[in-house]
Design a protein around this ligand. Structure first.
Ligand SMILES: Nc1nc2c(c(=O)[nH]1)N[C@H]1C(S)=C(S)[C@@H](COP(=O)(O)O)O[C@H]1N2
Ligand SMILES: [Mo]
Length: 532
């Protein structure tokens, strides 16, 4: 009797250790995703990877079999495979350590790979799967050490005295084995319970963002009363050159939000108050019922280094803030609007900029879709000409009309300038830094911007040669960047290419290097290339 139990426990207890460990693995992965990188739940990213990799016939078959439950079926499938493989890993770890742990590292590795290769992966995308793997391996090791008989000779041989004919001793051994087994089951059950709790916690924490994702997907934005049309000449369509309109998935994201705020449009409202004659409250339905306009505006971050990527151009759908302010009627001595996000972030925008004729808007749409959650869903501000930190409040819920000498904003309190007009800048996109080229004709191209002023000219300098004019593409307005290109007859050797823009107001981009603090970087962007 005791012998048979020992024999069967040789696989089912270690298999249980594997199963408990994978539950901890999954739970820690989900919880870490909820806290650190909401788009990188190991289950979700591996599921998405499988969907991307699946051949069309497999997708058709899955849809035919499971209908709209195909994604749920996929997740259940992944879960079952994980459980079975983990049970095997538990047995493997008991017999051939550390191969069971290796299986868990592979689980984690697949999760990390799937997460970091997603479009728009955040810097922390690797973390949930990595933490999951660590937790899974630690649990597996701890449980394996607590397997009955783990610290004596392998159970295969059995304790020497178990073979003696003494009935009392055999009963004793069976009793000890039963206690060990019960203790082990306690540990394994406890681990599984902790894993399940972590998974439920992660799931609950992400409930808000799941609900908002569903609401967002169901939204059909109204047609604009005036639509933006991009002239054909705006897009030079050169390999490696930033597209004139930045796709949402490639648009830089900067904010102080650890978890993306989940704001339901039905619960959203904007309050305009402070130094106004008439407080105004606007709901989502009221906003959508207003005549919405499309406009193209290039948004830039004050933290963008010379040549950096914290800038993007989008077609926004929204309503002019000036119209709302006109209803509220700011008092004569007000000079600033402190916008506030649902998460407490604030930005200070000069009142006159929100009252003049530029497209300073409450935006609800970005490149033909509702704002993505990380870009401020359901409503954000977009103000041409100002860096995002003083104007582009996402998840905006409040506009307080006030004075610069009476209130200050989030980044101003942290040493950044209280006003942030975007500086004249230009960037080389191609060729890349250090690129090897062949002598002869080479296209040098990039973008230049001076929002709300406009770019009049772009020049390129090769080494210490003269500044030579680049060709400018068309831009929709002075509020967007413009593409430029320059035909260079490259000669062999190492060369430095430099770009310099001139504003429509005659300002020539300065070569004086300044860091991003307190009000934006200056200096000329350059690229070194080797011509063979
Ligand atoms: N609520 C909120 N809005 C915010 C910020 C923020 O931290 N919180 N950052 C601002 C900054 S510094 C920039 S550059 C822009 C970036 O907008 P994006 O992430 O859509 O590109 O958002 C602005 N709006
Ligand atoms: Mo920014």
């Amino acid at each position: 009797m005791a012998d048979r139990r020992t024999t069967s426990s040789r696989w089912w207890l270690p298999a249980g250790a594997g199963v408990a460990s994978v539950i901890v693995f999954a739970g820690v992965g989900e919880l870490a995703a909820a806290l650190l990188a909401s788009a990188s739940s190991p289950f979700a990213v591996v599921g998405s990877l499988l969907i991307d990799l699946a051949p069309p016939w497999a997708k058709d078959a899955a849809i035919a079999l499971f209908g709209t439950n195909d994604k749920a079926a996929l997740l259940v499938g992944i879960g079952l495979v994980l459980l079975v493989v983990a049970a095997g890993a538990g047995v493997l770890e008991a017999r051939r350590p550390p191969w069971g742990q290796v299986v868990f590292w592979v689980f984690g590795g697949v999760g990390v790979l799937a997460a970091v290769t997603r479009a728009n992966a955040s810097m922390l995308a690797f973390a949930p799967a990595a933490l999951a793997a660590i937790a899974g391996v630690v649990t597996l090791r701890l449980l394996t050490q607590r397997l009955p008989g783990a610290d004596v000779e392998p159970a295969v041989a059995g304790p020497p005295h178990a073979a003696s004919g003494d009935d009392d001793e055999r009963a004793d051994a069976a009793g000890t084995a039963a206690i060990d087994r019960r203790r082990f089951l306690g540990w394994a059950g406890g681990a599984a319970a902790i894993g399940a709790l972590a998974a439920m916690g992660g799931y609950a924490l992400q409930a808000g963002s799941r609900a908002v994702t569903a609401v967002r997907q169901a939204i059909r934005l109204p047609d604009p009363v005036s639509s933006a049309s991009i002239p054909a000449g705006a897009e030079l369509d050169l390999d490696g050159l930033s597209p004139y309109v930045t796709p949402n998935a490639q648009f830089y994201r900067i904010d102080t939000a650890l978890a993306v705020p989940a704001v339901e449009p039905a619960n959203w409202s904007l309050r305009i108050h402070g130094d106004v004659e008439q407080e105004v409250v606007l709901t989502w339905d009221e906003l959508l019922a207003l005549p919405l306009e499309e406009s193209v505006t290039t948004l830039a971050c004050v933290s963008n280094e010379v040549g950096g990527g914290l800038i993007g151009n989008a077609v926004w759908l929204g309503y002019p803030i000036r119209e709302l302010l006109a209803t509220a009627v700011p008092s004569a001595d007000a000079d600033m609007v402190l916008s506030r996000s649902i998460d407490g972030f604030t930005a200070s925008t000069p009142l006159e900029v929100l009252q003049d004729d530029r497209n300073a808007i409450l935006a609800v749409g970005m490149n033909g879709e509702p704002l993505p959650a990380e870009h401020g869903f359901p409503v954000r501000m977009v103000v041409p000409g100002l860096y995002g930190y003083v104007s582009a409040t996402k998840w905006v819920t409040e506009l307080e009309v006030t004075r610069f000498d009476a209130a200050s904003a989030y980044w101003t309190d942290r040493g950044w300038s209280e006003r942030g007009p975007i500086k004249l800048q230009s960037r080389i996109d191609v060729p890349r830094q250090g690129q090897g080229l062949s002598a002869g004709p080479v296209v040098v191209a990039g973008v230049a911007w001076h929002q709300h002023v406009g770019v009049a000219a772009v020049d390129v300098q090769v080494d210490d040669g003269p500044w030579q004019p680049a060709a400018l593409a068309t831009a929709v307005s002075d509020d967007t960047w413009v593409q430029w290109s320059f035909d260079w007859d490259a000669t062999s050797g190492s060369h430095t290419l430099r770009v310099r823009a001139t504003g429509a107001d005659g300002e020539v981009q300065t070569s004086k290097r300044q860091g991003v603090v307190p009000d934006g970087a200056t200096g000329l962007h350059s690229r070194d290339v080797n011509v063979g």
